[in-house]
Write a protein that binds this ligand. Structure first.
Ligand code: FNR
Length: 361
């Protein structure tokens, strides 16, 4: 095991040491001023925990059910692109770690291993994250391949009509390797030698006309449940319900798309209230501690997803690093629950946290 490491943030330091500057900055960076990037973490820190004492916490149950699948803790793996830039085993190592931790991995559309390779490498419950390109046949191809390979849900990323402006990637002239899922379907080579090749490639390929009406089309090409990722407002949560989303992921894409969007934890409650328990609400963005997971659950999330922490674990120590990151978050959550007087996930309630909103009332 990664000896001597006591928290997730230490993995970020190891990842920085392990990776070439271009890749580290791609993983760690956010859009423009990185205001939202900082806020995603800081807004968790503004929430205070209100423990209950003299509760029997001799046994703590972390397991959670997501769309009918039982996972060992309410902490899942978010879709993040191109894991082979972090480690030669790429998504195969991440998937094996997900299986070992008994959690759900969401494979990115932009992965460096194919849906089939990842499916063959482990028996973790897997969701597939979809970007919709102008060439709609690509979405049809990938969704059907994911369904055939046993993925259990489609996570439609809705916040990327174009790529956010990531200035480190522009400076570093970030390259785009051939995306494995698109091999034989389209080349990901970009001719431009200016700025971020990822930005140039994404802006050529992403379909900026994708809209709510298209969810009916997506439903017509798959029987899998569809989660919509990138919801930040009550209005969009209601629209997602209207089009029949099976779940919502409150996300600002790890602050890599529109800067100055709110920290996800600060809008979670509004979305949860709009959804009213009709479908699960998940959250990602800035989750770095077990206490963060607890706070998200107290404000109504059914689970959280982690993006960068997984990549940092992978870059530092491969599969073992991802396992360790997930285990640390899980252990921290377990301790938080014990100290807060919550023997099971369903005991975590709104009354266990105090937010800025509460202070104003
Ligand atoms: C992402 N994210 C992302 N989202 C998505 O839907 N498809 C993708 O391919 C990617 N790729 C990606 C790469 C990298 C390097 C990062 C950091 C993020 C966003 C991701 O799913 C998630 O929303 C955030 O990572 C959550 O924030 P944290 O946990 O990184 O703070």
């Amino acid at each position: 095991m990664a000896d001597g490491i006591v928290n997730m943030n230490e993995f970020q330091v190891l990842a920085r040491q392990a990776l070439p500057k271009m890749y580290y900055e791609f993983y760690a960076g956010g859009a423009e001023d990185e205001h939202t990037l900082k806020k995603n973490v800081q807004e968790f820190q503004r929430i205070i925990l209100l423990p209950r004492v003299l509760v029997d916490v001799s046994s703590i149950a972390l397991s959670t059910n997501i769309l009918g699948y039982t996972i060992s803790a309410p902490i899942m793996i978010a879709p993040t692109a191109m894991h082979k830039l972090a480690h030669p085993e790429g998504e195969l190592a991440t998937a094996r770690a997900a299986a070992a931790c008994n959690t759900i991995m969401t494979l990115s559309f932009s992965a460096s291993c194919s849906v089939e390779e990842v499916a063959a490498s482990c028996d973790a419950v897997r969701f597939f994250q979809l970007y919709v390109y102008r060439r709609r046949d690509i979405a049809v191809n990938l969704v059907q391949r994911a369904e055939k390979s046993g993925y259990k849900a489609i996570v439609l990323t809705a916040d990327t009509p174009r790529l956010g402006r990531r200035e480190a990637d522009i400076k570093n002239k970030l390259i785009v390797p051939q995306l494995k899922n698109l091999e034989g379907l389209m080349s990901t080579e970009v001719v431009s030698d200016k700025g971020s090749k990822l930005e140039a490639y994404a802006n050529e390929t992403m379909d900026p006309s994708l809209c709510w009406r298209d969810i009916a089309w997506l439903k017509s090409i798959t029987n899998l449940p569809i989660l919509i990722k990138g919801i930040l407002t009550r209005e969009d949560a209601i629209k997602a319900m209207e089009v029949g989303a099976a779940g919502i992921i409150v996300s600002n894409h790890g602050a890599r798309q529109l800067d100055y969007t709110p920290a996800t934890i600060s809008v979670l409650e509004e979305v949860v209230q709009a959804v009213g328990r009709r479908v699960p609400v998940l959250l990602d963005g800035g989750v770095r501690r077990g206490t963060d997971v607890f706070k998200a659950l107290a404000l109504g999330a059914q689970a959280v997803l982690v993006g960068r922490p997984v990549i940092y674990g992978l870059a530092a120590k491969g599969e073992e690093g991802v396992r360790k990151v997930m285990q640390m978050l899980k252990d921290e959550l377990e301790l938080t629950m014990a100290l807060a007087g919550c023997p099971s996930v369903k005991d975590i309630s709104r009354s266990h946290v105090r937010t800025d909103r509460d202070r104003l009332q």
